[in-house]
Design a binder for this molecule. Structure first.
Ligand SMILES: Nc1ncnc2c1ncn2[C@@H]1O[C@H](COP(=O)(O)OP(=O)(O)O)[C@@H](O)[C@H]1O
Ligand SMILES: [Mg+2]
Length: 360
């Protein structure tokens, strides 16, 4: 019998992100002077890239990296923020943080400081600053990476709706970078609209840099699809040029969707898989559109049949909320640097196109 040591017939691919890794590297190699915002559509590989980067820099003695992924950890209270950012250490024992499985590095405090913070007798930002200062004094550069920062959006200080945590946090980040050059701050979010708001509201214009992590370029997708064994450990089938083109045409450079298409090709012919997927996307658009405000939603989405993108200056003020909703639902992406809206990816364009064909 033929021996098979491979536990899976398809593996998770990782297509080269050298350019992006070099960019991140050069960011931490200079003295901190601005916040780095990493943006890009849903599943464009931001988190994966940041974990790769973390792998590269984690072992370096001269860097102290804290990586906080807020995707799953927040509800909407201030205490959640404290639990994620601060690790309480009691004498002798090390208290497990609730979020330690996805978060690396915390601001370590003891129980008395935690008590003071909770009773508002100590300022959490001062505690963070003290740690940055201490590290810097010891010749170690602090790097704080926060993924999915928009999770903090609904948190208020002292339950006062006028005092958003995020505003204080940004003022703190500006102080740590532009003003005192103490720490590297890297922030990632799929919600470009959120980033844009923060950017405008907190007067961050001159103290931040935006870096887009996008879906793969066509040449990378072709390289992947024409070498499935190399990148995905798939031995059961190969693709020819025209197949690869068809996949590109359906999902573009969206890695997660490419992986998904590949997993269906073990059992089904390519045309069937791709047609079925486009139908599924049309179904998703239908579901979104018919939920409420159908006509208004259709009116906006219809514009993407003939336009690649929609410039913010060409939108109506009364549509702002609706566009924001589409961004929050990951139907549209808002690019905060160009101030344009466009469908999350090629498959969403197909969904929109087929939806309007179906009601025509
Ligand atoms: N460079 C890459 N090559 C191939 N697949 C990738 C790459 N980066 C990410 N992926 C895949 O894409 C999906 C989404 O990645 P993720 O990093 O979670 O995106 P984001 O954080 O931007 O939403 C994951 O399934 C991941 O395995
Ligand atoms: Mg992510």
């Amino acid at each position: 019998m033929k021996e098979n040591n491979e536990p899976y017939r398809q593996d998770v691919a990782f297509i080269d992100r050298n350019k992006e890794l070099v960019e991140l590297r050069s960011f931490v190699d200079k003295r901190p002077s601005e916040i780095l915002f990493i943006h890009g559509p849903k599943s464009s590989g931001k988190t994966t890239l940041l974990y790769k980067f973390l792998e590269q820099i984690q072992e370096e003695q001269r860097l102290d990296v804290k990586f906080l992924n807020l995707r799953k950890t927040f509800t909407n209270v201030f205490e959640d923020f404290l639990k994620t950012f601060f690790l309480v250490e009691t004498h002798g024992e090390k208290k497990e943080s609730l979020t330690s499985n996805i978060n690396i590095g915390f601001f370590k405090i003891d129980a008395s400081v935690e008590k003071k913070i909770l009773e508002k007798r100590a300022d959490p930002f001062k505690v963070m600053e003290a740690e940055f200062l201490d590290l810097t004094r010891r010749g170690i550069k602090p790097v704080l990476i926060i993924d999915e920062l928009q999770a903090l959006d609904k948190i208020y200080l002292d339950n006062d709706k006028e005092r958003q945590l995020i505003t204080s946090l940004f003022n703190f980040f500006v102080a740590m970078t532009k003003e005192s050059h103490l720490a590297h701050i890297i922030i990632a979010s799929s919600d470009g609209y959120f980033l844009n708001t923060v950017y405008n509201d907190s007067k961050l214009k001159k103290c931040s840099e935006f870096f887009k992590v996008d879906y793969l370029a066509k040449e990378d997708v072709m390289e992947w699809l024409l070498n499935l064994e190399k990148y995905s450990k798939i031995k059961d089938y190969t693709l020819i040029d025209t197949d690869a083109e068809k996949i590109w045409d359906t999902v573009g450079g969206s890695m997660w969707e490419i992986q998904n298409m590949l997993s269906h090709l073990f059992e089904h012919p390519i045309d069937e898989v791709l047609a079925g997927y486009k139908q599924k996307m049309a179904g998703m658009i239908t579901y979104y559109v018919v939920q409420k405000e159908r006509e208004r939603r259709e009116k906006i989405l219809r514009r993407f049949i003939d336009n690649d993108y929609l410039e913010i200056k060409d939108t109506n003020i009364e549509d702002v909320e609706l566009l924001r909703d589409m961004v929050a639902n990951n139907i549209l992406y808002f690019d905060p640097t160009l101030a344009i809206y466009y469908p999350q990816g090629k498959s969403y364009r197909w969904g929109i196109k087929l939806y309007f064909e179906s009601i025509a």
